[in-house]
Unconditional design. Structure first.
Length: 346
């Protein structure tokens, strides 16, 4: 009889532990229904380091208001609206800034510095209030952009081809891969999403874009590190969360390789000009994702990535072999990209 009670107690404790802990049917995915709303705070920083840091520093902040348009057993459609934008830039001693909450300044007349500030302002002006829609398919590992206002669409697919004063920064902030991640947190939906269990692992594709370099395909490898409890002061009860870490590397698969650029059309000789451009050599990053098991949605994503690049100057006239040859080690050039995404329930 005593032995039976002991066995029964052990079984009961085991069942209670599993009930109180992580249910195997739970998955790290979005739990949304039509009409749900949430906000997303984005903070994106890029810093170019050559011999020293701060050569080209870009800082962007954006608030998105998201609304679930559709949600069924096959897909989720989420419409995002840009509610506000702030941006600043510091490059080779020149500084510019933009704030969508401030009234635009009048058009400049003759001052070069004012004209450059106006160029920076024009790159971001008109984006506030812009909308785009993200589709999360239960059968696909990556979300899809299905609807975009014209100005957002232009930036999302522009790559690094924008103006060096504001244009490249807008393209990086609104790059296709970033727009998807802002809304979804990089999570999959449906039965293919990872189980909410300790040490669960999964991978997802992505991309990274830095100024003056092409869009580069990446891969993220996730691991559930812990499933602790935390106090929810608003609801006066414990909430369950999952702490997830991930590593970010360049995708080396053949399908991810960039297509060779098209040859430019013949043109008449012009005065020699050049623009600094980069080739991406490697990508190394890591991040932390906090996910709410109680609410079924991400809470915060913090990521830091280094994108190592090699420089080259594109010139309209070919350079001779003597002037193009270079001996000695190549300089270590890289971008440090810091991304913070916070998800706020409305």
């Amino acid at each position: 009889m005593v032995r039976f009670r002991l066995i029964f107690s052990v079984i009961l404790l085991f069942l209670l532990a599993n009930l109180y802990g992580c249910n195997s049917s739970e998955r790290i995915t979005w739990h949304l229904k039509p009409g749900d709303t949430y906000s997303v705070k984005v903070h994106l920083i890029s810093d170019l380091s050559m011999i020293f840091g701060g050569v080209d520093h870009k800082d962007s902040e954006m608030l998105l208001n998201c609304r679930v348009k559709e949600a069924d057993s096959e897909q989720i459609l989420i419409e995002a609206t840009i509610a506000s934008l702030k941006a600043s830039m510091s490059s080779l001693g020149k500084k510019f800034s933009f704030d969508s909450s401030q009234s635009p300044s009048p058009e400049p007349k003759k001052k070069p510095k004012t004209k450059q500030q106006q160029t920076f302002t024009n790159a971001f002006a008109g984006l506030k209030g812009g909308k785009f829609t993200v589709r999360m398919d239960f059968q696909q590992p990556m979300a899809e952009l299905v609807e975009m206002d014209a100005q957002i669409k232009k930036a999302a697919y522009a790559g690094s081809g924008g103006s060096m004063i504001g244009g490249d920064q807008v393209n990086m902030l609104l790059a296709e891969g970033n727009l998807r991640e802002y809304v979804t947190g990089g999570l999959m939906v449906g039965p293919k999403a990872a189980p909410a269990q300790l040490n669960a692992t999964w991978e997802s594709p992505g991309s990274v874009l830095v100024p003056y370099a092409p869009v580069t395909a990446t891969n993220k490898s996730y691991t559930v590190e812990s499933i602790p409890k935390q106090q929810d002061n608003q609801k006066q009860q414990d909430s369950r969360i999952a702490l997830i870490k991930y590593k970010l590397t360049r995708d080396q698969s053949p399908s991810a390789q960039t297509k060779p650029p098209k040859r430019p059309k013949p043109h008449k000789p012009r005065r020699r000009t050049s623009k600094l451009t980069f080739n991406v050599d490697s990508v190394k990053g890591q991040g932390d994702l906090t996910y709410s098991l109680s609410n079924g949605r991400p809470i915060k994503l913090v990521e830091k990535t280094r994108v190592f690049v090699s420089s080259r100057a594109r010139s309209r006239r070919p350079t001779s072999a003597k002037t193009s040859s270079h001996k000695g080690p190549k300089p270590n050039i890289f971008y440090t990209v810091q991304k913070t995404i916070e998800y706020i329930d409305n």
